[in-house]
Design a protein around this ligand. Sequence first.
Ligand code: HAM
Length: 423
Amino acid sequence: MKLRAVKGMHDILPDEIGRWHRLEAAFRAMASRHGYEEVRTPVCEPTPLFVRSIGEATDVVEKEMYSFRRHDDELTLRPEGTAGAARAYLEHTVHARQAVTRWSYLGPMFRGERPARGRQRQFHQAGCEIYGDPGPVCDAEMIDMLVGFLGELGVGEIEVLVNSLGSGDTRARYRDALVTHLSPRRADLSEESQRRLDKNPLRILDSKSPRDQELCADAPTVLDVLDGDDRAHFDALRRHLDALGTPYRVDPRLVRGLDYYTRTLFELRGSGGELGAQNALGGGGRYDGMIAELGGPATPAIGFALGLERLLLAMRPELPRAAPLVVLVPLGDAGATACLVLAKELRALSIPAIVDGRGGKLKAMMARAEQRGATVAVLIGDAELERGAVAVKTMATHAQEELPRASVARVLADRLASLGWES
Ligand code: HAM
């Protein structure tokens, strides 16, 4: 049997890792600028956590979870980060210590979906959650932060969709209105939507079937039934977004696939880059009921997650900026010791350095340095040692020069800094 990675789960090899590091660093910097602190929760949680928070009648819980039994526990690889973060927030009674908590996270998630471009079974999300703030000020701030972040990454055209699902009561009333509208047309709905009509009617609005979409076209929208505080909340969110100059479009049919949402809902869709049909770059919303549902005190919450694979497809292609590397080439035994010592000095100045101790002909060693992506090669043999010097070859120009051994590490650090690389 040929051993291969699991279908829909991918290796990220060293030639791609630079882009990942830059994206992750940009996310962490953005989150920290906005007062979020990083949290890391396990990739695996008790299955009932996801069933109760995400909802029994969602695609994620019904069809996509990687669940298994171990030591009498029912466990699931996390399909998203919100439920685990909420569990940790409660378990550590963070609410008792902080009125408002801002957390961010980044890591792999697992969903057994059909793999396609931009849709994996193991994928990575970067997300933020705010607990204890009912909004709508922080809702507007969060959406604006995301739009700014995508701009910073050079994600070209994006569309920001916002909607409100209202709180518990509104949602129930809307559900009834939708069922009343669709029930007489039941037989015309797709099989999946007929099933959803009983279990989770709001999801029918998300159906890809053209026939379902037609039947929903004149259905009442949630905004038709939004009233009182829910409407005031949504209106205020829009006012704040307008004041910030954040572009958005109200989409009264936006429902999203997870059941925990209340009030504010948003999704960012891209169209540029290599993004195909999987154009949802990220999304989120308010989930004011979840913490209480999980057994905690009533705590309003809002959050979002970005799909990192999709962001990488949508981002402006950048020129690969290889990290500098010094390859040290010993010519003889004494040279090998000198190379080891110099490599250590270079690393202390944060310059990546490796010693090629395999020996052989000079030509072969230089070819290996080239192949390894060296910026400079340093050669040390008996002759150089006698003169208290080392030979430095700049790979791009093939220029070779002799530098004093005593100062070579500092000289190389200065040169690499002038190439735009900071140690
Ligand atoms: P979500 O919309 O299910 O929301 O996922 C967020 C993002 O993760 C999507 O927009 C997409 O970019 C990416 N994503 C989802 N599934 C896949 C997949 N199979 N392959 C590649 N990328 C994928 C959530 O997960 C919520 N937890 C967001 C949230 C946080 N709501 C409140 N707080």
